[in-house]
Design a protein. Structure first.
Length: 388
């Protein structure tokens, strides 16, 4: 794009907004991020980045950062909830050779810190809660809750599951509780059995629930995520503190490893949140506004593709702006390149819980489900996918 400088406003400074900002800068633009929080911060948790996302981040110059701060799981184990016997193992030793990039696991706060540094905190406007977004003949007008205003030619809404931009312009329906609840904690490795720190994902699966662990920050911490079912979710907060005893009650009678993990959770380290879903959108672009990440396609975590699909969006968005002759064409390229792929990931992820939490775990052993490899998810390359 070679016309006069294009002002791009990114609403939301999470993983998607920051990655989009980096991608747009590498394409020759100077986007500004508007983030409602007063400062960047993440509740402690681990995050998985599959090869499809890692290829994109490496293209944005973050390869060395990821190699320094991440672990690579050599195996992904699935164990029987009660007996602890191995049901399946996915060998990840040749991931780089097969898919062209590593499979990484790291601390979410570390990823955020790396993205902030790469984008530059000076290009972020903090404490900017969007109140209005209007299009006029000259572009977009952004008004914030504290009275500040800004103008832009294009607005990218990366403001998450409860996106105010999506609600105003695309879909006014409320997110729907999925019936799934996630629990997470970071546990000091020295409180756990030695196997918890090995370079692997350890997943115990049973009727209606599962619990997975993997190390982060080298092997200092172990990330735990448990997924359970509930008929309702009444918490006001999406991310509420919980007591380890509550989780222990849900996993009573499970294998010794699960019992040891829950027993090692510090009393103030456990969080839980209800998982919400939204219907797929037929369009992500309206006028000079485009949705990105969870604002466009929130998904359940059973394929581990929430952050990875958001990174895909951001990388492709930057390429579209580099390839287009004017900004509205860039948004058309972006929507056309991403909507089918993201819809596929959203659908498969939302089905994943039913596949994984089968009533009979032996069915998973005897008839392995369609995983990321079989579905071709890791083969996708946001750096090379066709744009038009």
């Amino acid at each position: 794009m070679t016309r006069e400088p294009v002002k791009v406003a990114i609403i939301g400074g999470g993983i998607g907004g920051l990655t989009a900002g980096i991608a747009l800068r590498r394409a020759g633009f100077e986007p500004v991020i508007y983030e409602r929080a007063e400062e960047f911060g993440e509740v402690g948790a681990g995050i998985s980045l599959s090869p499809n996302a890692v290829k994109g981040l490496e293209a944005l110059g973050l390869g060395d950062f990821l190699a320094r701060t991440s672990n690579e799981p050599l195996d992904q184990f699935l164990f029987h909830w009660k007996t602890g016997e191995e049901l399946l193992c996915y060998d990840r030793r040749e991931t780089r050779q097969v898919y062209g990039a590593a499979y990484y696991q790291l601390h979410r706060a570390d990823l955020m810190a790396g993205l902030v540094e790469a984008f530059g905190p000076g290009n972020c406007v903090m404490g900017a809660a969007l109140a209005r977004l209007d299009e006029d003949a000259d572009g977009m007008r952004l008004a914030f809750a504290d009275g500040r205003e800004a103008r832009a030619d294009i607005a990218i809404a990366a403001d998450g599951l409860r996106s105010g931009v999506r609600e105003r312009l695309f879909d006014s329906s409320e997110p729907r509780f999925s019936g799934h609840v996630a629990w997470r904690a970071l546990i000091p490795a020295d409180r756990l059995p030695a196997r918890a720190s090995e370079p692997a994902s350890i997943n115990h699966i049973g009727p209606g629930r599962n619990l997975v662990t993997y190390p982060v920050r080298g092997r200092q911490l172990v990330n735990m995520v448990a997924l359970t079912r509930s008929d309702e979710w009444a918490e006001e907060s999406w991310n509420a503190r919980a007591r380890p005893a509550e989780l222990a009650a849900l996993f009573e009678g499970w294998a010794d490893y699960v019992d040891a993990v829950i027993g090692a959770i510090p009393q103030d380290a456990l969080y839980r949140w209800g998982l919400f879903v939204r219907e797929p959108l037929a369009r992500w672009v309206k006028g000079r506004v485009a949705l990105l990440g969870d604002a466009a396609h929130p998904m359940l975590p059973y394929m581990g593709q929430g952050a990875s699909s958001t990174i895909e969006d951001a990388v492709v968005l930057g390429r579209c702006f580099a390839a287009a002759t004017e900004p509205l064409e860039a948004l058309r390229f972006y929507e056309a390149a991403r909507i089918e792929r993201a819809g596929f990931l959203q659908a498969e992820s939302n089905l994943g819980g039913d596949r994984l939490q089968a009533l009979d775990p032996y069915a998973l052993r005897d008839n392995p489900p369609q995983n990321e490899d079989a579905l071709g998810i890791f083969s996708y390359d946001p750096v090379r996918v066709e744009l038009a």
